[in-house]
Design a protein. Sequence first.
Length: 317
Amino acid sequence: MLKRLPLARSRSKNEGSLKKLKRFLSKSMAQKIRKAVFPVGGLGTRFLPATKALPKEMLPVVDKPLIQYAVEEAAAAGIEEFVFVTGRGKQAIEDHFDISYELDQTLGARGRVDLVDTLRSWMPDPGQITYTRQMDPLGLGHAVWCARKYIDDEPFAVLLADDLVLADKPCLQQLIESYHTKPGNIVAAMDVLPEHTDRYGILDIEEDKGQLVSVKGLVEKPLRRNAPSNLAIIGRYILMPEVFEHLSKKNTGAGGEIQLTDALAKMVNSTPFYGLRFDGRRFDCGDKVGFLEANLAFALDRDDMKKAVERLVKSYT
């Protein structure tokens, strides 16, 4: 009889874990992804002097700033509330997502009502946008934590404007569709060169089913020899609100910052975790070459510019 006690304890523990998982799945499946967090408090030092007075998120790709692409992607995926975590010198972002009566009147007087309509077509409705200050630039995890009061107890999205994705179906929409099939934390992921693993958060894969992988761990910017895989996280996340419990401890990681990946790694044993190889092409617009490539790719994707840009590129080759 004494020999059976460990087995009984194990069975009881497993049953408790299974009940906990079932409660989590039931709760998650009932909740729509309505809110998105946009961390926009970074200094943009890699683009100085351009970003001395201009937020890096306002740098244009063709004719739209990076942050507008991110907001439009979120809106297309069904997001209803947009939470911006800003910092000093980011007033231009707030102005961009507001009505400019002077500009509207000037354009109207010149007969450019079409431009007025275009400017207002992508604007969220009044009350849909919230701004909060990060105050101290302590990392991505800290920026997400600053949005906790606006998220409350709901699963939510996080979008990094630096990561621009060109796709037929918005990247965030792909994540949300996967979330409804497999509730839990889900991150957009892509395979990178082994020598580039120290630039990303890297997934430790439990099971690889092609497009969707189940995750058993994460490592922030590991060296090639220490990387558990070459499947990297990019700036699109669906997160469970329990992440705030871990972020609130404000433990620092790589670079002395509060890393979001560290908090997610602590949730692996209690919350289902997946990585989605999304359909589309990602551009690192926090890098000068990546930013230039994004401008070229998005211009070539537009019918009104494609031929002219192709001629331009040809003239330089």
